[in-house]
Design a protein around this ligand. Structure first.
Ligand SMILES: [Zn+2]
Length: 276
């Protein structure tokens, strides 16, 4: 699943390629990707010009010059491709925006879980899925204090808390494992039991890891590619995710994989001890 750094990479790629383009037609080959009425979606976007692609956590925000914003969530495997011919798209491309420069912006999603929703730009922050999001890493709103208060407010495991997007937004399964390893916190530790030092380490770890991953263009795990079709320039180095059975990079203890919050979870049993 693309996480914040991957979505940010896609956003940057899109801004290089499609800003200023007018939508001249839209082919919708799979209706369920569009939230709401498909004909209205088309009518409202045809002749609109793409002003800027923004982002909130893992949501892409396509801002148009007519005061509308298309909120796009890639979910498991969604991705955007820009091509010069429609025949360059394969059967997994379900939405095709025809652009005024003669190119096509395609939305490809093998599993069809992605969603697009058109709203007034002024109402983006009121859309439920976005209104519930916690502060983002690397922003002034994401402080040690906000993280501490968020963690103190729940008895769920710290891993589940990082995944649920209310305390901090943008982390998915990969980066949740990575930041817990960095902060030496066991993924099953109840969130409200972390020590002051652990919360500080977690806060720093989240910011550092997300920054490094954005700089690297995200990970290349799964079939992720950015809008240009190229994978990240150099792969972000994962410390613990996917490394079960391999030695911990800090202490050489074998990394274990367990299930936490229903998700495969990787941790070092020596560095990340469950405290009771
Ligand atoms: Zn270790």
């Amino acid at each position: 699943m693309p996480e914040l750094p991957e979505v940010e990479t896609v956003r940057r790629g899109l801004n290089k390629m499609i800003i200023g383009q007018k939508i001249t037609a839209i082919d919708i080959l799979y209706d369920k990707i569009i939230v709401g009425d498909v004909d209205t979606f088309k009518e409202q976007l045809i002749d609109a010009t793409i002003a800027y692609v923004g982002r909130r956590a893992k949501y892409l925000l396509f801002n148009f010059d007519n005061g509308l914003t298309m909120i796009s969530h890639l979910r498991m495997e969604g991705k955007y491709q820009v091509r010069s011919k429609i025949s360059d798209f394969d059967k997994h491309v379900h939405i095709i925006f025809h652009l005024s420069n003669g190119e096509y912006l395609g939305y490809r999603d093998v599993r069809k879980f992605g969603r697009m929703q058109l709203v007034d730009t002024n109402d983006v922050t009121k859309v439920k899925s976005i209104a519930l999001l916690g502060p983002e890493p690397l922003t002034p709103e994401f402080t040690y204090q906000s993280l501490l208060e968020g963690l103190k407010s729940t008895r769920k495991t710290v891993k589940a808390t990082l995944l649920d997007q209310h305390v901090v937004s943008g982390l998915g399964n990969i980066y949740a494992d990575e930041v817990l390893w960095l902060a030496k916190v066991h993924p099953e530790q109840p969130a409200n039991e972390l020590t002051t030092q652990q919360v500080k380490d977690l806060h720093n770890g989240i910011n550092e890891d997300i920054k490094k991953a954005i700089d690297a263009g995200g990970t290349t795990i799964r079939s992720y590619v950015d809008a240009t079709g190229h994978s990240g320039e150099f792969q972000f180095q994962l410390n613990v995710y996917g490394r079960q059975g391999k030695p911990c990079k800090r202490c050489e203890t074998i990394i274990e994989k367990i299930k936490v919050a229903g998700r495969g979870t990787h941790f070092c049993p020596h560095c990340q001890v469950l405290q009771s």
